[in-house]
Design a protein around this ligand. Structure first.
Ligand SMILES: Nc1ncnc2c1ncn2[C@@H]1O[C@H](COP(=O)(O)OP(=O)(O)OP(=O)(O)O)[C@@H](O)[C@H]1O
Ligand SMILES: [Mg+2]
Length: 449
């Protein structure tokens, strides 16, 4: 906190200390800047009237030298010009003396949330991408997200990739990214030079199961015209992805378990033991634990697989990822179909925020693809999505008297956006604030444009 008035400092410091915050005090800019070299500060409470240099110059320097820091300004009465200037320079909040300490606390909480969010974004290279570029190329897609849930998934993925014989079980509803994660594990591991084989267990007829997995010798049964390797041999050195693993017949489950234990197989009709070295990554969208309990899945195999489980939460339980995934796939498909990236009607984000996505990310992806193909203009609207479930709330109507400062600010921003066709740069100009300051306010009011 930088303020030359000792009494005000003391009051704020005491109050915020009691709230559990750590505060550093400075009575003039030179002291504050020396401090900033020593300690990392999230939020600066800054007085406008200071000795040595004025608060706006301090603000400017802070924004230049410490871009991650948020600033709360304290101004005297009637300093409107200064407030506008400070807004342009990127101050987050303003307080006019005298103010309520409780309001200051709320402002600090808000600023800190914003600081945490921005640093999270910085951490994720490529904006919201959670994989490195090389990995993206191998996997075919980025893993996109900001939610703690998806970050945890990526963290688990990276950990288990390192122990490259551990079996992994990936659970989650359809379309949540199980295969994407399985590929990620493979390409992050030492096995990446060898094959990633994805086998859908529900697609193999029961009679062919054994020969598909173990291979066969020529003449082992009618139709076995040649020697043929099975999946275990083909994937040896690499990763075998068993999709919809609960569809595997109990007999095959027992055989799979044997391979995991012995690391050896025999082709059908052959006595030759062949060493195989595969990592199994299994996936299911069923409740496999319940199925095991009901004796519909072998418990010994289940225990073997469940030593490392990665559960992918449904999209509706990590809604903060929705607008980000939407933007990602918007760009992806525009690129693919050689179209210009359209403006998105803000109602679209609103509608997406209210939709449950039973088909999860696959559904979102297909929805965006369809909308891009169908849209002919340069704007995407809710009607480009054939979703009856999507209900749209109306924006607040004009005309009624509003005396809440924040509500007024919010409405003014919405108006400016509407006037400029939702072009943020133009809206910021109209509002006489910087683009960054506008972004901050959009964030503050949860407006996703
Ligand atoms: N976090 C993510 N970021 C970007 N794209 C994702 C993400 N998760 C999933 N996807 C995409 O969503 C689609 C569905 O993912 P995937 O095929 O891995 O789902 P699944 O869980 O295997 O589904 P199913 O159970 O139906 O087989 C894919 O196109 C995938 O690239
Ligand atoms: Mg799948």
């Amino acid at each position: 906190m930088l303020d030359d008035e000792k009494a005000i400092r003391a009051e704020i410091v005491e109050f915020l200390n009691e709230e559990g915050y750590t505060l550093f005090e400075a009575d003039r800019p030179s002291v504050a800047f020396t401090m900033l070299e020593e300690v990392k500060i999230d939020v600066l409470i800054l007085d406008l009237q200071l000795p040595e240099m004025d608060g706006l110059s301090v603000l400017k320097r802070v924004k230049d030298d410490y871009p991650g820091m948020e600033v709360i300004m304290i101004t005297g009465h009637g300093d409107m010009d200064a407030v506008i200037q400070a807004m342009r320079l990127g101050a987050m909040e303003f307080f006019t003396k005298p103010f309520r300490l409780l309001d200051m606390k709320v402002a600090i909480q808000r600023s800190r949330r914003f600081v945490a969010l921005s640093s999270q974004l910085k951490e994720a290279n490529l904006g919201y991408a959670l994989l490195s570029k090389e990995l993206q190329e191998s996997v075919g897609h980025q893993i996109i997200g900001v939610s703690p849930a998806i970050k945890r998934v990526v963290d688990l993925m990276q950990r288990v990739a390192k122990s490259d014989t551990t079996s992994v079980l990936i659970t989650g509803e359809s379309g949540t990214g199980k295969e994407l994660v399985a590929r990620g594990i493979h390409f992050l591991s030492n096995r990446k030079k060898n094959l990633f084989c994805a086998v859908n267990c529900s697609a193999i007829p029961e009679t062919l199961f054994e020969s598909e997995f173990f291979g066969h010798k020529k003449g082992a049964f009618t139709g076995a015209q040649d020697d043929k390797p099975g999946w275990f041999e083909i994937a040896s050195g690499g990763t075998l992805f068993l999709d919809e693993v609960v569809e595997m017949q109990p007999q095959m489950q027992a055989k799979l378990l044997r391979v995991l234990e012995d690391k050896k197989i025999q082709r059908i009709g052959s006595h030759l033991q062949i060493d195989v070295d595969v990592r199994i990554v299994a996936a299911t969208n069923k409740n496999i634990a319940q199925m095991t309990e009901d004796n519909r899945f072998r418990s010994d195999l289940f225990y073997r697989l469940n030593s490392f489980i990665i559960n992918l939460p449904p999209l509706r339980e990590r809604r903060e990822d929705i607008p980000i995934l939407f933007d990602y796939y918007l760009r992806f498909f525009c690129n693919k179909f050689n179209k210009n990236i359209p403006d998105v009607d803000p109602q679209v984000y609103k509608a997406l925020g209210q939709y449950d996505f039973p088909g999860n990310i696959r559904e979102l992806r297909n929805m965006v693809e369809r909308a891009i193909i169908l849209s002919d203009g340069n704007k995407i609207r809710t009607r480009d999505f054939s979703l009856k479930e999507i209900v749209v709330d109306e924006l607040p109507v004009d005309g009624e008297e509003v005396l809440d400062l924040e509500e007024l600010e919010k409405r003014t921003i919405i108006k400016a956006l509407e006037k400029t066709g939702y072009k943020k740069v133009e809206a910021a100009l109209l509002l006489n604030i910087t683009r960054q300051a506008l972004d901050r306010r959009l964030e503050k009011y949860n407006l996703y444009y």
